[in-house]
Design a protein around this ligand. Structure first.
Ligand SMILES: Nc1ncnc2c1ncn2[C@@H]1O[C@H](COP(=O)(O)OP(=O)(O)OP(=O)(O)O)[C@@H](O)[C@H]1O
Length: 355
């Protein structure tokens, strides 16, 4: 625990010291993309894609990350994987010996070791698989690259993985084009699981699929989680999917985490006005149970030039002077429920009907 920083504005550090079931603890994470202009590519500010984000994920849990397009979900997922370098902050990950290690401080060699433990399932099962490779080669590649299997052992391991995701192992010598979208996503999952990871980032993993196929893949991910003890960071813009799969949910707005809570708590008792508005737009199967839709005024803020104070204040129906001038502190409002809103303790907000 020596690498835990003391400087965060709230209690995640304390939480992680008390609870040893946290696998990932993200602290004050930032990713600012430089904006360059003109012939000389002069620096002209930053896009604050991830702006001081804090959250944690427990072992064996699914943490759903939701928010409008462009709010920074993908960038956050990539920073956690260190597929892109964060600008600042810590990503503490529990290693197999139980120690929390800051992934952002690891050198290339150490990071390679961790890469086996942390994998990514992509959104698009059509473009993420190499069309010139067979299923055997696609799924086997991470095993070869990490020197985990070769020869007959490799073939046996790939067959196990392919069967584990519900595909017929007789089709291992076929190419991706011979499979449907759902089957391709199963191949992508088998590949992600090849190195026996403990933590998987699922970035819009079912968004490109038909609704009936979505349900099958979500069920598969849940079965695999139970079987293998996986922890997921599940990124989606679809609240229905997030509600179905997540144990806890985080809501992002313009690069910032505005609220995290257990799924039922977040849906039934939101504490941030943006979460309330997002939930009010969620489709429900029974229209008689529809809650009043909150139509937000104005546009989503520009992450290159965010507003002062709370980034949501220009659109917030509850905004007061303090919201315009001061950034709200990220703080716990009840167990496992964190929020960044000046008025979180005094507002009673409308929840959603659970479907
Ligand atoms: N490489 C980059 N260079 C500059 N800006 C970037 C880069 N990647 C992302 N951004 C910007 O960062 C912000 C967050 O983008 P990101 O793709 O993470 O959002 P998102 O919530 O995943 O959106 P979507 O659901 O549409 O994928 C956006 O304003 C985007 O334009």
């Amino acid at each position: 625990m020596s690498q835990v920083r003391e400087s965060t504005a709230f209690d995640v550090v304390r939480v992680s010291k008390i609870k040893n079931d946290i696998i990932l603890n993200v602290q004050s994470l930032k990713k600012y993309f430089p904006i360059r202009k003109g012939f000389f590519q002069r620096m002209d500010g930053y896009v604050k894609a991830v702006d001081d984000v804090n959250f944690y994920i427990r072992e064996g849990e699914t943490f759903g990350l939701v928010g409008e397009s462009g709010c920074g979900k993908t960038t956050l997922g990539r920073c956690v994987l260190r597929a892109i370098e964060p600008s600042e902050g810590a990503t503490l990950f529990r290693d197999r010996e139980g120690q929390m290690r800051d992934l952002n401080k690891l050198d290339a060699k150490e990071l390679r070791k961790f890469r086996r433990d942390i994998q990514l399932i992509f959104q698009d099962p059509y473009s993420s698989l190499n069309p010139r490779m067979t299923v055997q080669n696609i799924v086997g590649e991470p095993l070869i690259c990490n020197k985990l299997a070769s020869g007959e052992e490799l073939r046996i391991r790939v067959r196990q993985l392919v069967e584990m995701v519900g595909l017929n192992s007789r089709h291992m010598d076929r190419y991706p084009h011979a499979f449907s979208g759902g089957q391709r996503q199963r191949i992508g999952i088998a590949r992600a699981l090849a190195t026996n990871p403990r933590f998987v980032v699922c970035d819009e993993a079912v968004s490109a699929l038909d609704v009936s196929v979505q349900a099958q893949i979500l069920n598969l991910l849940q079965d695999l989680q139970k079987q293998l003890g996986l922890s997921y960071l599940f990124i989606s813009h679809d609240l229905g999917v997030i509600q179905h799969i997540s144990d806890r949910v985080g809501v992002m707005y313009v690069g910032r985490m505005v609220e995290t809570a257990r799924t039922e708590d977040l849906f039934m008792r939101p504490r941030h006005p943006y979460t309330e508005a997002l939930l009010s737009a969620k489709p429900v199967p029974d229209p008689r149970k529809k809650v009043e839709r909150i139509v937000l005024a104005g546009e989503v803020a520009n992450p290159a030039n965010p507003p002062s104070g709370c980034y949501f204040h220009p659109r917030c129906p509850y905004a007061q002077e303090i919201c315009r001038s001061e950034k709200p502190v990220w703080r716990p409002v009840s167990e496992d429920h964190f929020v960044a809103c000046h008025r979180a303790e005094e507002l009673t907000l409308q929840g959603a009907q659970l479907s």
